[in-house]
Design a protein around this ligand. Structure first.
Ligand SMILES: C[S@@+](CC[C@H](N)C(=O)[O-])C[C@H]1O[C@@H](n2cnc3c(N)ncnc32)[C@H](O)[C@@H]1O
Length: 268
């Protein structure tokens, strides 16, 4: 009797979660399509010479045939704002970071947990058992400033720590530590003397990203990778500015990727 009611309860919860997931997946598809249309019009009518629709001529698309990636992406799809091209890059970089031998992984800007869980899952698959820190205010974007043309603050507040915990649990990711609060100001002290192999910065605005990198740079191992999400996106010009400021620094390599990532590798 008790077992039956527990089972029923579990089924109800699963159905509810599925329904919620499919409605946020629909919302996400709609937003992506709207962004595509808007950006086409923007480049047609804007006189800003820094922007254009850039479509690579190369056709190689390994994200389409990587079965494990496809399975994982499908499972996190409703919990991420990040498209499959950038998700696949994170997936591949986690795998590559295995060569660095040691170091934790950190994501600042987790929202509903999609990319963070994707990276943590890939890490375990690759035999990387170091901690994966997932850091978010869970109350939206902070530190928007005059360097950011579109963000005002509090965007992406439609999440909670519980949503991320559920996804972490679903994947059985025992190495994940969720840090709630502004990073680094309120939560970095909770991290010991870890060194980092990979850092995903997905905070949308200039000052937040700058503070994250100022905190983590000396803690990155040589060869360690920082991935900036939203580089080149119309709405996130603060991130593009921050990355451009780093181009001439002698201790790092800066890569521009057309998918909306900038990748920085630590040299010294
Ligand atoms: C675009 S969302 C992250 C998207 C996520 N990576 C995904 O898979 O869709 C940006 C997130 O950054 C968080 N954020 C921005 N600045 C932050 C900071 N300094 N510390 C912690 N979280 C921050 C916001 O709360 C928001 O959830």
């Amino acid at each position: 009797m008790v077992a039956n009611s527990l089972e029923q309860n579990h089924e109800n919860k699963t159905t509810k979660t599925k329904l919620m997931n499919s409605s946020s997946a629909l919302r996400k598809r709609f937003l992506l399509a709207a962004y595509r249309i808007f950006s086409r019009f923007y480049v047609l009518f804007s006189r800003d010479p820094r922007y254009q629709q850039a479509v690579p001529l190369a056709l190689y698309a390994p994200w389409k045939i990587d079965k494990e990636f496809r399975r994982t992406y499908k499972a996190i799809f409703a919990n991420t704002l990040v498209d499959q091209y950038r998700c696949y890059e994170l997936w591949s970089l986690v795998e590559q970071s295995q060569k660095l031998g040691h170091g934790s992984i950190i994501e600042v800007g987790v929202w509903q947990g999609g990319t963070g869980v994707l990276m943590a899952h890939r890490a375990l698959q690759c035999g990387i058992t170091d901690p994966v820190y997932l850091c978010d205010t869970f109350s939206g974007v902070v530190k928007a400033s005059d360097k950011d043309s579109f963000y005002k603050g509090n965007e992406h507040a439609d999440t909670s720590q519980v949503i991320v915990e559920r996804l972490v649990e679903q994947f059985g990711l025992h190495q994940v530590k969720i840090l709630k609060g502004i990073f680094p100001d309120e939560t970095a002290h909770l991290i010991g003397d870890d060194k980092f192999r990979l850092c995903h910065v997905d905070v949308d605005v200039y000052q937040s990203a700058k503070d994250v990198v100022a905190w983590i740079w000396d803690r990155m191992v040589i060869g360690g990778i920082i991935v900036y999400d939203d580089y080149g996106f119309l709405g996130c010009d603060g991130i593009t500015k921050l990355v451009e400021e780093q181009r001439s620094l002698p201790d790092r390599l800066v890569f521009h990727n057309l998918n909306g990532h900038a990748i920085v590798v630590k040299l010294a």
